[in-house]
Design a protein around this ligand. Structure first.
Ligand SMILES: Cc1ncc(COP(=O)(O)O)c(C=O)c1O
Length: 374
């Protein structure tokens, strides 16, 4: 059997990781400014994370959502405290797309409405509803295209107002910071207006923090920089540091009923142990604060580089829009300097390192970046 080839692969196989470094099968060391697509939050192979997973494997790896699981309760407590929504409820699933799928479904159940609005260039995942809410017809099959999703330009309050005032929409869904689109942030003014419009029109505000959450931007969720509260927040990636887990947190006003949402694997013992360990490590090592400080350091030191057209983002979610002539920079960083970064289209480099990145590691990256652009 061969693999179903849906990914374009770099000819590199990381087989070992530690902190913000990985090593490939030939023993070459790489600095990780990509975090496996914003997934590695507390660093590769953190010893407390490993002990938590080993410890749980020795007890029980999985049972079922038909019996009690106190690890889920412990995770909900710790997540509530860390994320600043202690009175919200937690639903656990397995990925970012599944989190968004459940967020959309819940908003539709709650409002009795079938349609949602999302933003132009949004990316919300590959499952049916999530991909319909993703503004990229190339990854939507005919089955996924539906009049139930409409798009509105990010930061265009008038366009959002026109849509929400129809009172046809169950939810407005927006990324905390648009990631795959190339790091575009909803302004505080826009999020505040969205909140007001949602309240006025009986629409729920869903914020997708799958990429921008878990402390990456210097607050637990990116939308918290605007002071706005969401009705439902979706998350995944960094909350498991590589163990597949997704989640939504839900305004307590939205009431659950049995069978409304469900999953076999969501909230399993290993996933909960991983997510609890991540929260404990983040708290102990002050990783949200580190993300804020490290991000400011990177941005202040990149400013003025002649290869850069625009710098966007916050904390450790940074977009470097390149001037013409530097389109090969991401590949050169990888193959000449052995530094992994993310991309968005041909001209944006996305920096998504683990939240434990240190100043010497950032200096290493800056030296390589400056050397390739001098
Ligand atoms: C903002 C956002 N939402 C949802 C997803 C989908 O997450 P997953 O790949 O875990 O399904 C992604 C993936 O990159 C994302 O960036």
């Amino acid at each position: 059997m061969e693999l179903f080839k849906t990914y374009k692969l770099w000819p590199i196989e990381p087989i070992k990781g530690a902190g913000c470094k990985v090593w490939d099968s030939k023993g070459t060391e790489y600095l990780d400014f990509y975090g496996g697509h914003a997934v590695i939050s507390v660093g590769h192979c953190n010893s407390a994370y490993i002990s938590a997973l080993y410890g749980q494997l020795n007890n029980i790896a999985f049972y079922s959502n038909a019996v009690e699981n106190s690890l889920q309760v412990k995770l909900a407590d710790k997540m509530g405290e860390m994320c600043g929504y202690p009175d919200y409820n937690l639903f656990l699933c397995n990925s970012g797309a599944e989190a968004n799928e459940n967020a959309i479904k819940l908003a539709s159940f709650e409002t009795g409405r079938a349609k949602i609005v999302t933003c132009s260039k949004a990316v919300h995942g590959r499952t049916s509803g999530a991909v319909a809410a993703t503004d990229n017809p190339k990854i939507q099959a005919p089955f996924n295209r539906t009049p139930n999703v409409e798009f509105t330009p990010l930061n265009d309050i008038d366009s959002l107002k026109l849509k929400l005032e129809t009172e046809e929409f169950a939810a407005f869904m927006v990324e905390g910071i648009q990631g795959v689109a190339g790091i575009f942030e909803p302004s505080a003014e826009y999020l505040k207006a969205a909140r007001e419009l949602c309240d006025k029109t009986g629409t729920l505000l869903i914020v997708d923090e799958v990429q921008s959450g878990c402390g990456r931007t210097g607050k637990y969720f990116a939308h918290q920089h605007s002071g706005v509260k969401a009705d439902i927040v979706s998350m995944a990636k960094g909350i498991g540091n590589g163990f597949p887990i997704g989640a939504i947190i839900i305004n307590p006003r939205i009431k659950a009923s049995y069978g409304m949402l469900g999953t076999t694997f969501g909230g399993n013992h290993l996933a909960c142990s991983a997510a609890i360990a991540v929260l404990d490590i983040m708290k102990k090592e002050n990783l949200v604060e580190n993300a804020a400080k490290a991000g400011e350091y990177i941005i202040s030191h990149l400013k003025g580089n002649k290869a850069i057209k625009e710098l966007r983002g916050r904390g450790l979610m940074i977009g470097i829009e390149l001037n013409e002539g530097y389109q090969d920079l991401r590949d050169r960083l990888l193959f000449e300097k052995h530094i992994f970064t993310g991309g968005a289209g041909a001209s944006v480099i996305r920096l998504l390192p683990p939240l434990c990145i240190s100043i010497p590691e950032i200096d290493h990256f800056l030296e390589a970046f400056n050397d390739l652009t001098k």
